[in-house]
Design a protein around this ligand. Structure first.
Ligand SMILES: Cc1cc2nc3c(=O)[nH]c(=O)nc-3n(C[C@H](O)[C@H](O)[C@H](O)COP(=O)(O)OP(=O)(O)OC[C@H]3O[C@@H](n4cnc5c(N)ncnc54)[C@H](O)[C@@H]3O)c2cc1C
Length: 355
C-alpha cells in the first residue's frame, strides 16, 4: 500500500520533524476560514455569567481580552512551534495591572511571598512582581518527588549569616529566566520544609530548559541544580516552617489551575463555533448538522459549569472560606472537563481539516 505524503512533507521536504515546521496555515487548505491568529468573538457566555462580575472586574476582563487579541493571538502559534517564550509581551502584561489587584491573581512567586514573606520581603519584592518588572518562579518538585512533594530531598543547612541549599528541582516554570526563585528545601536541623528566595545569578545555581514538551510549550520549564547556593538569612520566608505551610500556598495555586482550563475551553468553544459556521460541506455550513450542534451544546454547558465553579472558588477565597477540599475539587472538575473538550476540538475541527 502506498501512503500519500503529508501536506507539510510535500511543502517542506527539507524538514524532518514536526516541531521544526512553520505554524500551520489554515488559510492554505481552507481559504474562506478566518485565520486562527484572529480571535473568534466570545460566544460562550450563554447564561450571562458576566453579570455576576463587578463593573471593575468586567473592565479588567475586557482589558485582558484586548491584550490577548492584539498582542498575544497573532504570535502564539509561532512561539508554540518554537517552544520559546515571547518576552516582548511581559511589559504589556504588566501594564494590565492584574497581578496583586482586586482579583487575587496567583502570579508565580507573587502569592508565595505575599502569603509567606516578612513585611520587609513584601515591601522589597511585591511592587515589582505586581508590575512584572521582576519575574519569579516556584521550585517545589524534584526529579524523584512530584506528587510526593512532602518527601523532597533538597537540603537547607544553617551557616553563619544564612543558609546553604543543595539539591535538584524539576519542571519549574519560568526558572530559566526568573529573577527570583522561591525554593523549598529541608532544614537539616529541624527536618522540616522551609522556603527561600534565591536570586537569578546566585553562585552554584543553574537552570536548564526541559526540551520536547508536547503541551504548554511556551512556558519554559526547567531543571534546577543547587550546588551549595548561599541564601542570606533575610531571604528565608518566615511563613514556611513545615510542609503544611507549603500546602496552604498549593491550595491557592489550585484556584489558578482551576481557571486555566476555563480560558482554554472558552477559546476552544469559540473557535469550534466559528469554524463550524464558516466551513461548508455537503452544501451547508457544518453547524447546520445536528451532530455538530450537539457537540457545541455539550461544550457550551461544560464551559458554563466550569466558569461557575471558578467564580465560586474566587468568592470563597476572598471571603476567607475556601478550604483545600474546595480548591482541589474545583481543580479536578475543571481540568477533567477540559480533557473532554480537547477531544471535542479534535473531532470538530481537526477531523474536518484532515478529512
Ligand atoms: C507543565 C508543568 C509545569 C509545572 N510547573 C511546576 C512549577 O512551576 N513548580 C513546581 O514545583 N512544579 C511544577 N510542576 C511539577 C508538578 O507539580 C508535578 O508534575 C506534579 O506534582 C506530579 O509530579 P510528577 O510529574 O513527578 O509525577 P508523579 O508524582 O511521579 O506521578 C506520576 C503519575 O502517577 C500518579 N500518582 C502519583 N501518586 C499516586 C498515588 N498515590 N496514587 C495513584 N496515582 C498516583 C499521578 O497522578 C501521575 O499520573 C509542573 C509540571 C508540569 C507538567
Amino acid at each position: 500500500m502506498t501512503v500519500p505524503p503529508y501536506q507539510d512533507d510535500v511543502k517542506n521536504n527539507e524538514r524532518t520533524n514536526y516541531f521544526n515546521s512553520p505554524a500551520l496555515d489554515v488559510s492554505v487548505a481552507f481559504p474562506q476560514a478566518t485565520p486562527a491568529s484572529t480571535f473568534p468573538p466570545c460566544t460562550s457566555d450563554n447564561y450571562q455569567i458576566d453579570d455576576l462580575l463587578t463593573p471593575e472586574e468586567q473592565a479588567i476582563r475586557l482589558r485582558v481580552r484586548e491584550c490577548m487579541e492584539k498582542d498575544v493571538a497573532p504570535i502564539m502559534a509561532e512561539y508554540w512551534e518554537k517552544a520559546e517564550f515571547p518576552f516582548q509581551i511581559i511589559p504589556k502584561l504588566g501594564a494590565l495591572r492584574i497581578a496583586g489587584g482586586t482579583i487575587k491573581c496567583n502570579i508565580s512567586g507573587l502569592s508565595r511571598i505575599a502569603l509567606c514573606g516578612s513585611e520587609a520581603q513584601k515591601q522589597k519584592y511585591l511592587p515589582s512582581l505586581a508590575e512584572f518588572k521582576t519575574v519569579a518562579c516556584w521550585g517545589l518538585t524534584e526529579p524523584d518527588y512530584g506528587s510526593d512533594a512532602s518527601a523532597l530531598r533538597a537540603t537547607a543547612t544553617k551557616v553563619e549569616g544564612g543558609w546553604v541549599l543543595e539539591g535538584q528541582k524539576r519542571w519549574i516554570g519560568n526558572s530559566t529566566f526568573a529573577d527570583v526563585l522561591i525554593i523549598f528545601a529541608r532544614n537539616t536541623t529541624t527536618n522540616q520544609i522551609n522556603g527561600f528566595i534565591v536570586k537569578k545569578n546566585a553562585p552554584g545555581l543553574t537552570a536548564t530548559k526541559m526540551e520536547n514538551k508536547i503541551g504548554i510549550r511556551i512556558v519554559q520549564n526547567g531543571d534546577i541544580l543547587l550546588n551549595k547556593v548561599f541564601v542570606p538569612d533575610e531571604e528565608r520566608l518566615p511563613g514556611v516552617n513545615s510542609f503544611q505551610d507549603t500546602n496552604k500556598v498549593l491550595a491557592v495555586s489550585r484556584v489558578m489551575v482551576a481557571w486555566q482550563p476555563i480560558g482554554l475551553c472558552m477559546g476552544v468553544y469559540d473557535m469550534c463555533h466559528r469554524y463550524l459556521k464558516e466551513r461548508k460541506q455537503f452544501g451547508a455550513p457544518l453547524a447546520a448538522f445536528q451532530i455538530n450542534q450537539e457537540k457545541l451544546v455539550r461544550m457550551l454547558g461544560n464551559v458554563q459549569a466550569m466558569v461557575l465553579i471558578g467564580w465560586r472558588l474566587c468568592k470563597l477565597f476572598e471571603a476567607g472560606k475556601m478550604t483545600p477540599g474546595h480548591a482541589s475539587m474545583g481543580k479536578e472538575k475543571n481540568t477533567s472537563r477540559s480533557l473532554v473538550e480537547s477531544h471535542s476540538i479534535d473531532h470538530t475541527f481537526q477531523r474536518s481539516y484532515f478529512p
